[in-house]
Design a protein around this ligand. Structure first.
Ligand SMILES: Cc1cc2nc3c(=O)[nH]c(=O)nc-3n(C[C@H](O)[C@H](O)[C@H](O)COP(=O)(O)OP(=O)(O)OC[C@H]3O[C@@H](n4cnc5c(N)ncnc54)[C@H](O)[C@@H]3O)c2cc1C
Length: 401
């Protein structure tokens, strides 16, 4: 089957860039971007795409493997809980402002020329687009967690300029696709100096964002701007209309709705903690309800931070030593963090039963590197009831939607 007809495509857009537009990412009615061929794709271009496309392969390069591997959290050098030392950055960012702090450090110290990342599309504020940021103001304008599809690699080869150095921020699948492609492309290999990612539970359909704005009383055509997580932690979804009306809803009151329709490939994604990034971070929830779930009470942003490669570890130490990131704890016992990310934990622990649901349904899954699932039995036994609910839940998602 052609990769371009694969329902597992999560819309990174690498194929559009590699084929220089012979394939175009197009928004489907279900609210996800998928490739549409506009011209024939030469065999050599198709071959490269096939070896990197997140719908076809989930691969961890051997050169990225580290001495420490945790069955849930994956490869890492160090793990910290902390946040940006700057209140101004933390306020604009999604969680503890870790990613933006690192990006600003790299730009201000002239270690890179540009950041390639995702931000709101000025032409259609409901959509995301690729941004090139060269200073702290631009970095902070694009801080946030944009819980909607983002085609982060759609023009990656077209924007890399000779002689310039870059950091790339993307979802874990974007990062692993670009890492894989760097093997075939000198500009990517030599000019993208750092890869950063965040924990990613999955990409919600754009239709969820649209429905949420309508529920808040603002019609799609009236939307002027959307932010998902600024102003506080975990912050709120804020939508502004062209007539000046502003509506907002707290994270705890909208996140279940947005994440109730995530991409099918995200249900079986084993690399949601940023497996191929140099540094990855996520929400470091600290308060929990009676069922043990994060209570999402408003506080100053707090992040879990992993240095996942040697390059990332050196950079993170430098930034911490320079005082830009304040560390609350260096984490030795990673099991103490598992309950902070219950959704991610389940995804890793129950992956076998979800994959089985795909097989029973006659659906392909990406070819997954078994290294990523090394020692997951350590995460505990799965009882029969849970096995069945994971299997049936995934089967229904594939077949009845
Ligand atoms: C779809 C999605 C799912 C997530 N799931 C989880 C989860 O399960 N657990 C968890 O702890 N955290 C999750 N997060 C991450 C979390 O919301 C924060 O982004 C993360 O903690 C980093 O915070 P920060 O303050 O360091 O980042 P910031 O300083 O705010 O920087 C965020 C960076 O991420 C980039 N970015 C934002 N949205 C996207 C996007 N859609 N695609 C590509 N790049 C983007 C921005 O351009 C920016 O550079 C998710 C984020 C997204 C977008």
């Amino acid at each position: 089957m052609s990769l371009f007809k694969n329902q597992l495509c999560v819309g990174c857009g690498l194929c559009e860039s590699v084929t220089n537009g012979k394939v175009k990412m197009t928004l489907d009615p279900d609210g996800f971007f998928r490739p549409k061929k506009t011209q024939e794709v030469p065999a050599n271009e198709y071959r490269f795409i096939k070896q990197c496309c997140p719908a076809a392969i989930i691969h961890k390069d051997e050169s990225l493997r580290t001495p420490h591997t945790d069955p849930f959290w994956g490869d890492y050098f160090q793990c910290y809980i902390g946040s940006s030392s700057s209140d101004a950055i933390e306020k604009e960012a999604s969680s503890g402002g870790i990613i933006s702090t690192i990006l600003i450090f790299l730009l201000e110290n002239k270690i890179i020329d540009y950041v390639i990342h995702i931000g709101p599309d000025p032409e259609n504020p409901l959509l995301n687009t690729v941004k090139l940021s060269s200073n702290s103001k631009e970095v902070l304008a694009n801080a946030d967690s944009r819980y909607a599809p983002s085609t982060a690699l759609t023009n990656i080869l077209q924007i890399i300029e000779n002689g310039k150095h870059y950091a790339f921020v993307g979802k874990p699948c974007d990062v692993s696709a670009l890492r894989s492609y760097s093997k075939f492309n000198q500009a990517v290999a030599n000019q993208i100096k750092y890869y950063f990612s965040f924990f990613c539970f999955g990409v919600p359909s754009l239709n969820q964002t649209k429905k949420l704005t309508v529920q808040l009383g603002i019609q799609e055509e009236q939307v002027q701007s959307i932010v998902y997580r600024k102003n506080g932690w975990p912050g709120s979804f804020n939508v502004a209309a062209k007539d000046g009306t502003c509506k907002s809803i707290l994270y705890k009151d909208y996140m279940h709705f947005l994440f109730s329709d995530i991409h099918i490939r995200c249900k079986i994604c084993p690399e949601g903690l940023g497996e191929s990034a140099d540094i990855s971070s996520g929400d470091g929830w600290s308060e929990f309800d009676e069922k043990g779930y994060p209570s999402f009470k408003n506080a100053r942003g707090r992040s879990i931070i992993f240095s996942k490669t040697h390059v990332g570890d050196k950079l993170l130490s430098k930034i911490i030593n320079a005082g830009h990131i304040s560390i609350e704890e260096q984490v030795e016992d990673l099991r103490s963090l598992d309950k902070i990310q219950p959704g991610q934990f389940g995804k890793k622990k129950y992956h076998k039963y979800r994959i089985l649901a795909f097989k029973i349904s006659g659906k392909k899954t990406p070819k997954i590197d078994s290294y990523i699932y090394k020692n997951i039995h350590v995460l505990g036994k799965v009882n029969l009831r849970t096995k069945l609910s994971q299997l049936i839940g995934t089967w229904k998602r594939i077949n009845l939607k």
